[in-house]
Design a protein around this ligand. Structure first.
Ligand code: CUA
Length: 124
C-alpha cells in the first residue's frame, strides 16, 4: 500500500466513523419494531391484570406465568389454549384479527374456585 492509498483509506475510514456518529443517534432503534410484551400472571383463582386491551392487527407477545400451580389459558378468539406451569414463563405471539370483548378462562383444574378463574381481553 502506498502512503497515498493508505492516506485515502484512513480518510475514508475517518469519514465513515464521523458519519455514523452523526447519523447513529437518529437511526431507528432495532427494538422499535419488536412486538409489545403483555405480562399476565396466574394465581389461584385470578389472572393479573384481570383485563388487558389489545389492538386489532397489532402483534403482541403474551408473557404468561403462574405463581402457584398449573393454570390454563383458553381464549378461542386468539386461538390460544395453553397450560401455564409454575416456575416458568411462556411467551405466545398473537395478532388479534377481530375486535370485541373476549373472556379468557382457566381450563386446567387448579382448585376449588377454578370455575370462576377468568379474565377479559378487549380488542379494539
Ligand atoms: Cu386456574 Cu383453573
Amino acid at each position: 500500500m502506498t502512503s497515498f492509498v493508505r492516506a485515502r483509506f484512513l480518510a475514508l475510514a475517518f469519514l465513515a466513523v464521523v458519519l455514523s456518529c452523526i447519523v447513529g443517534p437518529f437511526a431507528k432503534p432495532v427494538h422499535a419494531t419488536a412486538p409489545r410484551v403483555v405480562e399476565i400472571t396466574a394465581k389461584r383463582f385470578a389472572f393479573s391484570p384481570d383485563t388487558i386491551t389489545l389492538h386489532k392487527g397489532e402483534t403482541v407477545i403474551l408473557r404468561l406465568k403462574s405463581e402457584d400451580v398449573t393454570h390454563g389459558f383458553f381464549i378461542r378468539a386468539l386461538k390460544l389454549d395453553e397450560d401455564i406451569p409454575p416456575g416458568t414463563t411462556s411467551d405466545f405471539t398473537v395478532t388479534p384479527t377481530t375486535a370485541g370483548i373476549f373472556t379468557t378462562i382457566c381450563d386446567h383444574f387448579c382448585g376449588a374456585n377454578h370455575g370462576n378463574m377468568k379474565m377479559t381481553i378487549v380488542v379494539e
